[in-house]
Design a binder for this molecule. Structure first.
Ligand SMILES: [Zn+2]
Length: 382
């Protein structure tokens, strides 16, 4: 297709405001040249549709298969087979309009290979930002990915190894996790000082830190250590959610970004009070003014890679935010909060990551299930 083209005849939601308006988008050489019609290049008719910035999934695992038998598949995969599955997951994501993905846990070498394959066009997929193997304690959450490190010296070394390899983010497991037997999601895996070693080393090398946190103790440690994003932030306690207002206020005060991993998997939870607790927690995070991005943890059981749209519908239900505000969490807010100034809105000079959907997602998020076209850096992938 021509390197200069424009989407005409439809509506646009630019991400700079919250309203959908009639409008056009003009693109040249992979970059948006105007949120308007320059009259140059091939016109592409998008009537009946809305053009939005490409969606950003802030927490994914391309190496998991989204099903309950994930671990047996993971363990029996050869590296080659795992990479093929990661490529397939990436294809499904970009076809669903997800043009940027932060992969927060895969064997380091494979994550880097997948990122390169998607960037150079060897495989169809999103722009990938990778953490490689999460840093975890011996036998800790997701230790099977190969990222065990204990004590400050090993932790600093683990950060340096990832930066040396070319990882974009540093992921650290601040608590145990539900998917790893013999870990405790309610308890911290590292002390504040250990997490400080990770953060100071990562920041010295200009890498942000994402901390996996379920229990309150681990959340508090991560906040005090000054991590950049808190993943899950579930305040998991013995009796369900143990919402800690003081810690939430501290997260807001420090400007730490919450990546809450909300998915349609929530709808499968038993109605035993946990759903209501999760709703109350989500609303408290909003009420305290916490910075938030959209994420689903796709790849884990019951969370397919291409189900960000369904996750956003659940996020709307849990947070009480408007559809336009939830759309911002997966576009403009995500780009700004995760340090990606070159994308997330439809504005002159931004990457032409664009999705054309039937209907108006700022009025009804289910429009995101009706993807008609996807462009990644100006290249049409759907
Ligand atoms: Zn995860």
């Amino acid at each position: 297709m021509d390197e200069t083209w424009r989407l005409v005849g439809g509506h646009i939601w630019t991400g700079t405001g919250r309203e959908t308006v009639r409008g056009e988008v003009s693109v040249s050489d992979g970059t948006i040249v105007a949120a308007g019609d320059t009259g140059e290049g091939e016109p592409i008719d998008v009537s009946g549709c809305t053009v939005i910035p490409g969606l950003i999934e802030a927490h994914a695992h391309l190496c998991f298969n989204g099903e309950s038998g994930w671990r047996a598949v993971y363990d029996s995969d050869t590296p080659g087979r795992m990479l093929l599955r990661m490529a397939d997951a990436g294809r499904r994501m970009v076809e669903a309009g997800i043009t940027t993905v932060r992969d927060l846990g895969a064997p380091t070498a494979l994550a880097l290979e997948a990122r390169a394959a998607f960037r150079d066009g060897l495989a169809k997929g999103p722009d990938l930002l990778v953490s490689g193997a999460p840093i975890t304690t011996t036998g800790g959450h997701c230790h099977f990915m190969g990222g065990e490190a204990d004590g400050e010296i090993e932790l600093r070394r683990a950060v340096r190894e990832r930066v040396k390899a070319g990882c974009d983010w540093i992921k650290v497991m601040a608590t145990g996790g539900n998917m790893t037997p013999r870990t405790n999601p309610l308890r911290a895996q590292y002390t504040v000082d250990e997490l400080r070693a990770v953060v100071s080393e990562a920041h010295r090398l200009r890498r942000p830190v994402a901390a996996h946190c379920h229990g309150t103790e681990g959340i508090r440690n991560a906040v005090e250590a000054g991590v950049d994003t808190i993943e899950h932030c579930s305040f998991a306690g013995e009796a369900g959610v143990e919402q800690d207002e003081e810690t939430i206020a501290r997260i807001a005060e420090r400007g730490i970004v919450i990546s809450p991993t909300i998915s349609a998997g929530y709808r499968l939870w038993p109605d035993d009070g946990r759903r209501e607790q999760r709703r109350a927690l989500s609303r408290a995070l909003v009420r305290h003014g916490c910075a938030m991005v959209m994420s689903t943890d796709c790849g884990i059981p019951n969370v397919p890679h291409d189900a960000l749209a369904e996750g956003m519908e659940v996020a709307q239900e849990l947070t009480g935010l408007s559809p336009g505000d939830v759309l911002a969490l997966a576009t403009s807010r995500a780009a700004a909060l995760l340090g990606m100034d070159n994308r997330g809105t439809i504005e002159e000079g931004k990457r032409a990551d664009l999705v054309v959907v039937a209907g108006d997602p700022a009025a009804d998020l289910s429009a995101l299930r009706r993807v008609r076209m996807v462009f990644r850096s100006g290249e049409r992938v759907v």
